[in-house]
Design a protein around this ligand. Structure first.
Ligand SMILES: NC(=O)c1ccc[n+]([C@@H]2O[C@H](COP(=O)([O-])OP(=O)(O)OC[C@H]3O[C@@H](n4cnc5c(N)ncnc54)[C@H](O)[C@@H]3O)[C@@H](O)[C@H]2O)c1
Length: 354
């Protein structure tokens, strides 16, 4: 398999199996230094168990960094269910998963991710109280893309201030790749701020929605056309790996700030961005609004409180960009350092016996 959890720094990795319902799941807990580990459940048809393990280890580590910089008292974890979400998902399987989550007694809180939806979390919640991202009807926070988009907008404003001295996108041309749940809310914030939006999405449904609701948005055929056009900001809001050797070489934007997870295709690409003079607002910093929204549910969801927390992404992004300048490092490295510092400094306090 090539990887053992002991080598990756994870606290705990749990394999869960219920043959009758077909459940095969892995829960990865990277760190509980700041509190219970929070991260969604990805339901995905991995080719192999090794691939599922690799994904949960990467994703749970990422959540620890994201939650730390979002200022949450939560550690980082994630779960994967190995299967086809359309063909294999059932009430029994989700409830079996819920019982495994419950068995961790609060070390891990689950939520939605790719292939799981608020309605699924309502089912999981019948077996465990350590679940967030439930539907509004069940007292949950609902669709997390609302505050994800708000947070991305705040991070973009901070990057605009850093580059141009004004915390606004007014008069700027922003290229949005992906007009899904987050991309469409982000587009609305940008238009309201006075930006010009150019966008692309392969989905006909997404395109007709945007044409009906925001006819002023210009549309282009694909990502290559988008990133080689005259844009000031590039907002990747579709899949991971948007910033690779090919795209960064031709990208014309001054700023990259978007919702997609894992935008940097490989280690080292963050330095290429710096060399090309492109300011990258780290993905996990600016897209933390969604986890802030679902984390708020743990206290009893209050939208205004959650929105206020997501608004602070503006300050956090500014802090990271300033640290990167002072230390002569990339914003991605600066974000990692700040997250590690918080995990160490605040996590250490538990050693003080109370
Ligand atoms: N929803 C959230 O709260 C949240 C939180 C954090 C991060 N994210 C990340 O943000 C990204 C978008 O999430 P979402 O919830 O809007 O997903 P979504 O599935 O609703 O939307 C994704 C959109 O991207 C489009 N797309 C696919 N391939 C594309 C391509 N090559 N070029 C342009 N568009 C393409 C799809 O057609 C779809 O409309 C994902 O990477 C997700 O992991 C989402």
């Amino acid at each position: 398999m090539g990887v053992f959890a002991a080598d990756t720094g994870h606290e705990q990795v749990v394999f869960c199996q219920d043959p009758a319902s077909g459940l095969k799941a892995i829960i990865g807990i990277y760190s509980t230094a700041l509190g219970p580990a929070l991260g969604g459940t990805r339901f995905y048809p991995y080719a192999t168990e090794a691939e599922a393990l690799h994904d949960v280890l990467e994703l749970s580590r990422g959540m620890a960094y994201k939650n730390a910089l979002a200022g949450l008292d939560l550690g980082g974890g994630k779960a994967v269910i190995w299967g086809d979400p359309i063909a294999d998902k059932s009430e029994a399987m989700l409830r079996a998963f819920g019982r495994f989550v419950q068995s961790l007694n609060g070390r891990y809180y689950t939520a939605c991710d790719v292939g799981t939806y608020v309605q699924d979390m309502d089912v999981v919640a019948r077996e465990t109280r350590f679940v967030t991202g439930r539907s509004v009807e069940h007292g949950g926070a609902g669709d997390s893309s609302v505050l994800t988009a708000w947070g991305v907008f705040q991070g973009m404003r901070a990057a605009a201030e850093h580059s141009w001295g004004v915390a606004s996108l007014r008069g700027r041309r922003v290229g949005v790749a992906g007009l899904g749940k987050v991309g469409k809310y982000l587009t609305a914030h940008l238009l309201e701020d006075g930006a010009e939006v150019v966008a692309t999405d392969p989905s006909e449904h997404a395109i007709s929605w945007i044409q009906a609701n925001h006819p002023q948005v210009s549309l282009v055929a694909g990502v290559t056309e988008l990133i080689t056009s005259d844009i000031d900001v590039y907002a990747p809001c579709a899949m991971g790996g948007a910033l690779n050797d090919d795209t960064v070489a031709v990208l014309r934007a001054t700023i990259v700030a978007g919702a997609a997870n894992n935008q940097l295709a490989h280690h080292g690409i963050e330095k290429v961005l710096v060399d090309r003079g492109i300011l990258y607002a780290p993905d996990y910093v600016v897209n933390a609004g969604g986890v802030i929204q679902v984390a708020d549910e743990i206290e009893g969801f209050n939208f205004e409180r959650a929105k206020l927390r997501a608004t602070r992404i503006f300050e956090t992004t500014k802090q990271i960009l300033a640290l990167a300048d002072v230390e002569g490092i990339s914003p991605a490295t600066a974000a990692d350092r700040l997250a590690e510092r918080r995990m160490t400094d605040v996590g250490r306090l538990r050693q003080i016996r109370v």
